[in-house]
Design a protein around this ligand. Sequence first.
Ligand code: UDP
Length: 385
Amino acid sequence: MASHKKFLVIGAGFSGAVFAREMAESGHQVKVIDERNHVAGNCHTERDSDTNVMVHVYGPHIFNTSNELVWDYVNRFGEFVPFINRVKACVNERVYSMPINLHTINQFFNKAMSPSQAEEFIKQLGDSSIIEPQNFEEQALKMLGKELYEAFFKFYTIKQWGTEPKYLPASILKRLPVRFNYNDNYYNKKYQGIPRHGYTSVVENILQHDNISVELGCKYSEGMEQEYDHMVYTGPLDAFFNFELGSLGYRTVYWEKETHEGDFLGNAVINYPGIDKKYTRVHEHKHFAPWEEHEKTSVFYEFSKETSENDIPYYPKRLKSDMDLLSMYLEKAKQTTNVSFLGRLATYRYMDMEKVIEEAIDFAEQAKLAVSEGKAIPAFGVPCE
Ligand code: UDP
């Protein structure tokens, strides 16, 4: 068996690109295809034709990680300018700081508490009868109490997920910190930034290697893998099996765009957690690149809905019925030969960019080892249940 293999990678997002790069650097030949006419998947950025603002076409992405290896990795392929996401939330015609921090608490309750007073105050408001929160709602009620939950989370979550928070996992809420100081950084991670020339340029650079060839506008069809030793599929798991057991539930998001002069929001993101607005948040993309100057501005109102046939799957819902279906698809996937499943869509998980990159690097290590030992490359790099 030749030690250098031919790989076919389906999807040119971070998963596919990082895996391809790692294998290419080890001497393997990699062909990457993507049905879209650009690389970078949902991280794709391009200049808006009206305003010249760098727009995150599939929704804003702010790179955040505490993993030094991942941070060094992306910085090899593009300059990341430090960026702190400071989100505001507009509730009942008042503007608050998000995530919940001491400023939010003091504003909301019209007080001037110190950190320890606020912590004690919120503890009193929390539902202490909930010991082990079983879902999003219980987690919020235990941690914050009814008033903050209803003002900032309940309706946003219903709009975003199309279901009652009691049916959603607590892990979704745990994405957001609650702080008893004035730190209003949306993330807790050590490194946070946005690529100076956009994400598409970073992914193009990752794919720039003599052993990689890329074909865009090319949709995967069964049998393509026959010319290759192994295929790595990063598309939706259910689509790979032609939805034969049913569709995994996803929410999709879409945007209504407006073009204005000057500064429209005064910030990159304002959330609208109330039921009075149908959208969940509004983005003004030029504020994601404060090092640039633009007279005009592109503004995007974000809406969420159930995914139907031609919509882009964004957020895996992972309800009980989805998880049952997922186990069946995982079983089928494990039985396929010479195919591996990698990344957010192929493993049906809510993943941030840093995690996607970390797993793609790890999986390439597993693949290299398997090839060197003459063993089969595993179907999955991580357990996905
Ligand atoms: N969330 C909320 N209110 C907010 C912001 C977030 O209820 O103002 C909830 C909502 O359920 C959302 C989750 O917290 O899906 C995670 O928010 P995050 O901003 O991390 O979501 P993403 O940016 O990935 O859409």
